[in-house]
Design a protein. Structure first.
Ligand code: ZN
Length: 541
């Protein structure tokens, strides 16, 4: 009876996964048939034998291959569910010793969004430590310790994307490997086997006819999707050193393609010099278990942002990273390292603009607000645009009962965000579900929030960065908050091409405005006078 319940539970999880991915799920798996055997590890052995031999695979140590690939981002498009952003291409040489958590990845990234730049750097992982040599982002140091968040994300990526590493992992946890049953994937019958992951299991789909793994999937936590299924489909199998390996891998998140990689020059008998994994003492930083857990829980959130060459792995979850700058009476810039909010004090309530990054960032800002204004509720949250780095913290404000103000063309997207289940890592709204109030600003129009003393006008600005972009304006202090269209102080020299287009659109919109805009407050960067903004844009053209 207990066994039956357990299996029904698993079927239930699959049914939930297939029906509840409100934002996107193009998965073509059919529902799971009940398992008729619990010997999951036996199925892994059969799979390994079809790949060239269970024992031979366990005997492997040094593995090397080259990868070329492309990155796509669905949550930075012009409109929700619009055409994906073509983030860029990459090549890397990967070397690892299986089962040791030692790896070396020599990257060459061709970034196309938002910067147009090449990056060449090396990531070394050695046990619980990692380091990056070379400039991996636009703000990087020539070499730096790897934060445990990124270490977790990379360790997971290396294992989950390798059938060989998964067989080693299954052996390590052999008593916990479970057979879940059969399911159809791409019209072919699959046996699904679960092996322990970190906080969620990893499921391998074994093709019943070929006995090769068709795909692997695991559930992650994503700021926008909530519970997000990361899926890697293996294809183009080739035999190398007597063992079959997939040469093409398609990575999807909730059914959306995010990464395609092609592997070549595979060597499964590589003798790798131990010195390749050495991390100099000055680059060894303390292992942070909490950050590591975050990295493995949300590996694709981190691994999707790295290709943008922006250091999203910086930990902005602590109060120590909050800087409150008083911009004018009762107007504060709540700054993090990369993404900021603005707090506007009204007579008997507060308005917050922007809830960027992730839930924990919002909680830092919210606790500071509760300390400073214990008797004023956050009545409104104005969200500048729907891109995932700018809305990851919206659910925290929604859970508090704030009305969320968004561009009307993006309303459906936010409704999906508020409904998305967050069971992998429950957030405030998951724990305290409320009917979320959404107020919209129509394209080309504005909305006035007023307490009878102060007016805050929220404008929709037409631009080529994102549909439904809002810029809130504090009328009595002549302050306009803006994200992405212009980032005050961001670029010492000319504004780079993509960014410049967005600034030109902002300028065009503001030039025709009858309002007396004197200051621009950045969702990134600092603040700038309106005149400096105009001069900067014009000199960059
Ligand atoms: Zn954006």
């Amino acid at each position: 009876m207990r066994k039956y319940k357990k299996i029904v539970g698993i079927v239930g999880i699959f049914a939930t996964l297939l029906s509840s991915s409100v934002i996107a799920d193009e998965s073509n798996s059919e529902s799971l048939e009940l398992a008729n055997s619990t010997s999951g590890f036996a199925k892994i052995k059969v799979m390994a034998n079809s790949m060239g031999g269970f024992k031979s695979i366990l005997a492997l140590e040094g593995v090397e291959f080259n990868v070329s690939g492309s990155r796509f981002e669905p949550e930075q498009s012009y409109k929700p569910a619009g055409e994906f952003i073509d983030v860029g291409d990459y090549n890397y040489k990967f070397s690892t010793i299986l089962n040791t958590q030692q790896s070396r990845t020599e990257w060459l990234r061709d970034v196309r969004f938002p910067f147009i730049q090449q990056f060449s750097y090396t990531e070394v992982i050695n046990g619980n430590f990692g380091a990056v040599f070379g400039f991996d982002t636009v703000f990087a140091a020539p070499q730096a310790p790897m934060l445990s968040t990124r270490l977790g994300a990379q360790v997971k990526q290396n294992i989950v994307s390798s059938p060989l590493a998964l067989i080693h992992r299954a052996k390590q946890y052999s008593d916990q490997v479970q057979y879940l049953g059969t399911v159809k994937f791409n019209d072919r019958l699959q046996q699904v086997v679960s092996i322990p992951g970190w906080n969620q299991d990893i499921r391998i789909y074994i093709d019943v006819a070929s006995k090769l793994p068709s795909k692997v999937e695991t559930l992650e936590d994503d700021t926008v999707y909530g519970d997000a299924q990361w899926e890697i489909v293996f294809s183009h199998w080739d035999e190398v050193n007597g063992i079959k390996v997939p040469l093409e891998l398609h990575h999807k998140l909730n059914g959306r393609e995010i990464n395609i990689e092609t592997r070549s020059s595979v060597n499964l008998n590589a003798s790798i010099d131990a010195s390749l994994f050495l991390i100099p003492a000055e680059l060894v930083s303390d292992f942070n278990a909490d950050q590591f857990a975050w990295g493995v829980r949300s590996s694709q959130w981190f691994n999707r942002f790295l290709p943008f060459a922006i250091p999203f792995d910086l930990d902005q979850r602590s109060a120590a990273t909050l800087q409150m700058v008083e911009l004018a009476p009762k107007v504060f810039h709540a700054k993090a390292i990369t993404h900021h909010s603005m707090i506007i004090e009204m007579d008997d309530y507060l308005i917050v603009t922007e809830a960027p990054l992730y839930e924990e960032r919002s909680q830092v800002v919210i606790s500071e607000i509760k300390k400073r204004w214990p008797n004023k509720p956050i009545k409104y949250l104005v969200v500048t645009h729907f891109h995932n780095d700018h809305i990851g913290g919206v659910r925290a404000y929604a859970a508090l009962g704030a009305t969320i103000i968004v561009g009307s063309e993006t309303k459906d997207h936010y409704e999906a965000v508020f409904k998305a289940p967050h069971t992998v890592f429950p957030d405030a709204l998951q724990n305290n579900p409320v009917d979320v109030k959404i107020k919209t600003v129509e394209a080309g129009h504005d909305l006035v929030l007023s307490d009878g003393i102060r007016n805050v006008r929220v404008f929709d600005v037409t631009n080529r960065h994102a549909i439904g972009t809002l810029v809130p304006f504090v009328e009595d202090e002549n302050l306009l908050f803006v994200s992405d269209l212009y980032s005050p102080g961001f670029f010492a020299d000319a504004i780079p091409p993509l960014f410049l287009g967005w600034s030109v659109d902002l300028l065009a919109a503001l030039e025709t405005s009858p309002l007396d805009i004197q200051w621009l407050v950045g969702g990134h960067g600092g603040i700038s006078s309106y005149d400096t903004f105009v001069a900067k844009v014009q000199s960059s053209l």
